[in-house]
Design a protein around this ligand. Structure first.
Ligand SMILES: [Zn+2]
Ligand SMILES: [Zn+2]
Length: 654
């Protein structure tokens, strides 16, 4: 039963693998399937992934090593790449990518799904009979005949090349045949020598972009889990550990608790009478694939998606101190400890002790702790109020706490509306009515429907005629919602227009004038130079019909850096014109990020936290945007969509 619950948790919490961005192909991102592949958690650019299938999953001799979901997702991604490289049927390619995405975001292991007589692998989204058979083959034999066969036909280096953002199978093929590359390093060298720029269809700009992307793909920072992926695992883990009778108190700590964009490993702090029983319980979790370390009161294991889980067991009077200590950040704790020293105190994971007491152990044994059972006690002992974890990055927070000037951070419950979402009219998965119904279910008072404008042809972007039709549909929907008196929600007529490569927007002003809400975003021409990109955005900001700039820097976490934009100029112009800036809550985007959002707040710009949902599940990522806003130190008053609709309309620039 518990297992079933976990699956549901993981699906609903991770936004169901909500696409990172653009579900359509951006010209510089290669073929359309490219962005789809990038949507997969398993599809992160990992140099050396080409080795999978050669190394750890080599043949039957290795089958006793548990085959993890991550392994299977990687194999499916690999198969999709190789099929695509060979120019195979796109539907077949997509089926493998979709399956990899489903499997990659699953918390529960496929082996346990298969072992459960009440269930079937084919219950999983995107897994049909054929793919279920392939999963079984991998679980049983640790290898896939199809992959072995494909590998004989495609050189291994092709796979690594296709992992570089911006290099689709077609370009990878050209590079291979023209330059006789054998590794990514070869490609890097070829770029440095200027040989890539000379190839047909490449040029100087592409060559520079490839170089930059190789560096990006090689950076180990870009292999970490997204926060919401880690969060799904944390929830399943807490649910499991909660079932251990020895546990008295339990909390997740580390960067997960601070709400960082990406997470390296998971930290758990437990108060228990019997440390061994707690550690045994973690070891017995179905999703624990290996115990990496075990001591008296701490253990580390490998969990779902190969994430390392570190568990510490402490006594009741140290629980808060341990939670504080393991929540970090390091920088925050260094500052806090130096403050303590100035006051003749020492803070460690057991509590706060007088420096004169001959060390923490001695002080502890004499019962001379000044506090440690709760985090509040720890902060109070050094004369500070409790500091929210999202602010503990070693910046200004201790000074602010000292002056009793900590911001009252915005909360999920403050959010009254969601002002960026898509429907089946363009690249969304659910209809207008379904999206609105889901928004009502989430307690929202207003939403804006913002499908793509016509520039986004791959997502069937709306032209004037279709947009006006959608708006009439929204009018009728609002009327029917208001039929029994007070409507549960108001639906705003919106649009996500594109800031065109050559300047201007993809829909004329006489149409935009009739909109309630206009998001302007930059999806194409992201490789343009800084002054061009900045000029395009500034032009949109100065358009009186544009309400908000969507995902203002265009970055995709783990996969694509921001485009080159003068963000200070954007913030300044937004402040001047009363244009809002978005914090896009999609966990792949979180754009603006915390620093830029804080800078926008300082400049007097109002932020809008939006989900950019492409499905009803996508509405759940609002909490990721709120976390980012909290890390930026934003209060409810800094966020426009915490207002009532009437107040929001007064804030808008028109
Ligand atoms: Zn967009
Ligand atoms: Zn959008």
């Amino acid at each position: 039963m518990a297992q079933r619950r976990q699956i549901r948790v993981s699906r609903s919490l991770d936004g169901g693998g909500e696409r990172p961005a653009t579900g359509y192909g951006e010209p510089e991102a290669g073929a359309p399937q490219r962005s789809e592949r990038q949507a997969s958690g398993a599809g992160q650019p990992r140099a050396g992934l080409g080795e999978l299938g050669h190394g750890r999953m080599q043949g039957p001799a290795r089958t006793m090593v548990g085959v993890t979901n991550a392994d299977i997702a990687a194999v499916f991604e690999h198969v999709a790449d190789l099929l695509e490289f060979q120019g195979e049927n796109v539907f077949r390619v997509r089926a493998y990518r979709a399956a990899a995405r489903t499997i990659g975001s699953l918390v529960e292991s496929l082996a346990s799904v298969r072992a459960d007589p009440a269930r079937s692998l084919t219950d999983l989204e995107g897994i049909g009979t054929d793919l279920a058979g392939k999963v079984g083959e991998l679980l049983d034999h640790g290898r896939l005949g199809l992959l072995d066969e494909l590998r004989t036909r495609v050189p291994a280096v092709a796979f690594d090349l296709m992992r570089v953002p911006g290099l689709g199978p077609k370009k990878a093929k050209t590079l291979l045949t023209e330059l006789k590359l054998t590794s990514l390093d070869d490609l890097e060298q070829a770029c440095r020598d200027g040989r890539v720029a000379g190839l047909k269809g490449f040029g100087e700009k592409t060559q520079a972009a490839i170089l930059e992307n190789i560096a990006f793909a090689k950076n180990p920072e870009h292999k970490r889990l997204l926060w919401n992926e880690a969060d799904a695992i944390m929830h399943a883990l807490l649910a499991w550990m909660g079932g251990c009778p020895a546990v008295r108190q339990i909390a997740g700590a580390g960067s997960w608790r601070r709400g960082r964009e990406t997470i390296g490993d998971l930290d758990l702090v437990v108060e228990a009478v019997d440390a061994a029983a707690v550690m045994d319980h973690l070891g017995a979790w179905k999703e624990t694939s290996a115990v990496l370390l075990r001591g008296e009161t701490k253990t580390s294991v490998r969990g779902p998606r190969d994430v390392q889980i570190d568990l510490r067991v402490v006594e009741q009077d140290s629980f808060g101190a341990a939670l504080q200590y393991f929540t970090g950040s390091k920088e925050h704790n260094v500052k806090l400890r130096s403050r303590a020293r100035e006051q003749g105190l020492s803070i460690n994971e057991y509590g706060v002790f007088p420096l004169s007491a001959g060390g923490a152990d001695a002080a502890r044994s004499k019962g001379r702790s000044r506090g440690g059972a709760t985090e509040e006690e720890v902060y109070r002992a050094v004369g500070l109020p409790w500091i929210p974890p999202e602010l503990r990055e070693g910046g200004e927070e201790i000074g602010l706490a000292e002056r009793a000037a900590l911001p009252e951070l915005v909360e999920l419950g403050d959010m009254r509306g969601d002002l960026h979402m898509h429907t089946t009219a363009t690249d969304g998965e659910d209809t207008l009515t379904e999206m609105v119904r889901a928004a009502i279910g989430r307690g929202l008072a207003y939403v804006a429907i913002t499908d793509h404008g016509q520039r986004v042809s791959m997502a069937r972007g709306l032209d004037r005629k279709r947009l006006l039709e959608q708006w009439s549909e929204i009018d009728r929907l609002n009327e029917s919602l208001a039929a029994d008196g007070r409507p549960p929600i108001v639906v705003l007529k919106g649009i996500e227009v594109d800031m065109l490569e050559k300047g201007g927007l993809d829909l004329p002003d006489d149409v935009l004038e009739q909109a309630d809400w206009v998001v302007a975003s930059l999806h194409y021409g992201q490789n343009q130079p800084r002054d061009r990109i900045t000029a395009r955005i500034l032009e949109a900001i100065h358009n009186p019909n544009v309400t908000v700039i969507g995902h203002p820097t265009g970055r995709l976490i783990n996969r694509r850096p921001a485009y080159d934009v003068d963000i200070e100029a954007v913030i300044e112009a937004a402040a001047e014109t009363g244009t809002f800036l978005e914090i896009n809550a999609n966990p792949w985007r979180l754009d603006l990020d915390d620093r830029h959002a804080a800078a926008a707040k300082r400049a007097g710009v109002k932020l809008v936290i939006s989900t950019d949902a492409h499905s009803t599940r996508g509405l759940d990522v609002m909490r990721c945007g709120v976390l980012q806003a909290r890390r930026a130190g934003l209060e409810a008053k800094d966020v426009a969509n915490t207002r009532t609709l009437a107040q929001l309309k007064k804030l808008m620039k028109k």
